[in-house]
Design a protein around this ligand. Structure first.
Ligand code: KIV
Ligand code: ZN
Length: 512
């Protein structure tokens, strides 16, 4: 029998440790639902002890997700483990992931602990976590630079203490594939009770080797890979889920495990969702999910593909969720057609009111843009949830003048806490003038960290999707907005970010 490779996604935890990639609780729930649709096995939802807001996010994901296991991270400390156990109470299937560093440099310089004390703390942590769930994962942090004999002792002890998964992190992305594969092979051979736990790997991408190292480990016997959508994560990121999954499925001839349980058609929609929420755009030449991943430019390649697709394609774009972006609906489409196409895209509405509100938006968009594609529909739904977030500041109207030889000028009307207020400003361009006009009303004192625009579909009538990242006192938020007019989309994104700043979330970005 071929083993199943357990796909453990840590976009919501390690992924959020990318500088600037902050997510609100509701955004985490949206991403978790998308991961569940993809049928990933384990979703690491956060680090509950980090702040009350992190706790609430893990709890919200645990309550929302039913099919995937929901995991919370905890240092090997009683208070961390108790907090994770508490946050995961509502989960259908819960895992506690506890860790302590085992490399000489981490033990000496960071923990200031002797190896035997580290081992004892690891064992105590696993035993405590087992009081909350029988699904316990242990990670020897910086395993990639730890001594083999000590690692073997720690792993044997934590498996005896009840760890059901032992995860080997290459925390600083230092290993090369042949070394990392050999490390996993050695551990599985030398740890006497290795057969009592699943061996997992967690690779960072500092040398661009996270996926290669993960695959080498799978070849050596690892049966869980920890990864993130779009390879987000601390520093250079983690192994990209889409690359690991597609490598194992495309090269099933060389792996003795499968990822057949993963719905690969959800990969591209999930990648887009994560990119739009975090503001981390995907580079065009990124494997699997980049805009050019399936594009053939040279005449020779195009000719080959037209004659036989397999000449230059090893995967089919539609198998990873690149839709032909077919025109699905138009101005005359009815509510039922709208509802059923969204259901096909995995979007359902909690109430008739929600459906009606989205349908009104659809009609407005159809007046501006004759052909409504799947991606437009997704943006429309995102837009509805963004507006629901805008509790304190709403964009009422915007007028912008931009003329050759003249200074751009913007006049904005906002509804702030129920009261309409107007502001005007000049700027170096229409977007700059708009942001300054908004600031003249709200005086948030925030700092703009990122402004980015992407077209949702092709053509000049496409909607522009804008991300605005604001920072205030160390807190980072990302706001989004979409519109066929990119200046209006920019204003919506700025207002969305302001609402997040004005809604105190009981949490700080993990980087802070
Ligand atoms: O990179 C790392 O070592 C981690 C651990 C917490 C697994 O993220
Ligand atoms: Zn990590």
């Amino acid at each position: 029998m071929t083993d199943k490779l357990i796909v453990f996604d840590t976009t919501l935890r390690d992924g959020e440790q990318s500088p600037g990639a902050s997510m609100t609780r509701d955004e985490k729930v949206r991403i978790a639902r998308a991961l569940e649709r993809m049928r990933v096995d384990v979703i690491e939802a956060g680090f509950p002890i980090a702040s009350p807001g992190d706790f609430e996010s893990v709890k919200a994901v645990a309550d929302a997700v039913t099919d995937s296991t929901v995991c919370g991270l905890a240092r090997a400390l009683d208070r961390d483990i108790d907090r994770a156990g508490e946050a995961l109470k509502g989960a259908n299937s819960a895992r506690i992931h506890t860790f302590i560093a085992t490399s000489p440099i981490h033990m000496k310089m960071k923990l200031r602990m002797q190896p035997d004390a580290v081992l004892a703390q690891a064992v105590a942590a696993v035993k405590r976590a087992r009081k909350y769930t029988d699904n316990v994962e242990f990670s020897p942090e910086d395993a990639g630079r730890s001594e083999l004999d000590f690692l073997c002792r720690v792993l044997e002890a934590v498996i005896d203490a009840g760890a059901t998964t032992v995860n080997i992190p290459d925390t600083v992305g230092y290993n090369l594939p042949h070394q990392f594969g050999a490390l996993i092979g050695n551990l599985m051979e030398r740890v006497p009770n290795a057969d009592k736990a699943v061996f997992s790997v967690h690779c960072h991408n500092d040398l661009g080797l996270a996926v290669a190292n993960s695959l080498a480990a799978v070849t050596a016997g690892a049966r869980q890979v920890e990864c993130t959508i779009n390879g987000l994560g601390e520093r250079a990121g983690n192994a990209a889920l889409e690359e690991v999954v597609m490598a194992v499925s495309t090269r099933h001839d060389v792996f003795d495990c499968t990822v057949d349980h993963i719905d690969r058609t959800q990969i591209v929609p999930c990648s887009r969702l994560v990119s739009s929420i975090t503001g981390f755009t995907v580079q065009p030449n990124k494997a699997i999910v980049g805009a050019n991943a399936f594009a053939h430019e040279s005449g020779i390649h195009q000719d080959g593909v037209l004659k036989s697709r397999e000449t230059y394609e090893i995967m089919r774009a539609e198998d990873v969720g690149w839709s032909t972006n077919r025109m699905v609906l138009g101005k005359h489409s009815g509510r039922n057609a709208f509802r059923s196409r969204l259901a096909e895209l995995g979007v359902t509405f909690a109430s008739e009111e929600e459906l009606n509100a989205a349908f009104v938006r659809f009609k407005e968009l159809a007046d501006k843009k004759h052909e409504i594609f799947d991606d437009d529909l997704q943006a429309l739904v995102t837009e509805a949830s963004l507006e629901a977030e805008n509790e304190r500041v709403k964009l009422v109207s915007l007028k912008v003048c931009s003329e050759t030889g003249e200074t751009p000028h913007a006049a904005v009307t906002l509804n702030v806490d129920g009261e309409e207020q107007t502001g005007e400003a000049d700027g170096s361009g229409p977007v700059d003038a708009t942001f300054k006009a908004i600031e003249s009303v709200v005086r948030s004192g925030t700092e703009l960290q990122l402004y980015s625009v992407n077209n949702i579909t092709s053509g000049t009538d496409s909607q522009g999707e804008v991300t605005v990242r604001l920072e205030q006192g160390g807190r980072i938020v990302n706001g989004q907005g979409a519109d066929t007019d990119i200046v209006i989309a920019s204003a919506k994104a700025y207002v969305n970010a302001l609402n997040k700043i004005f809604t105190p979330e009981d949490r700080e970005h993990p980087q802070v």
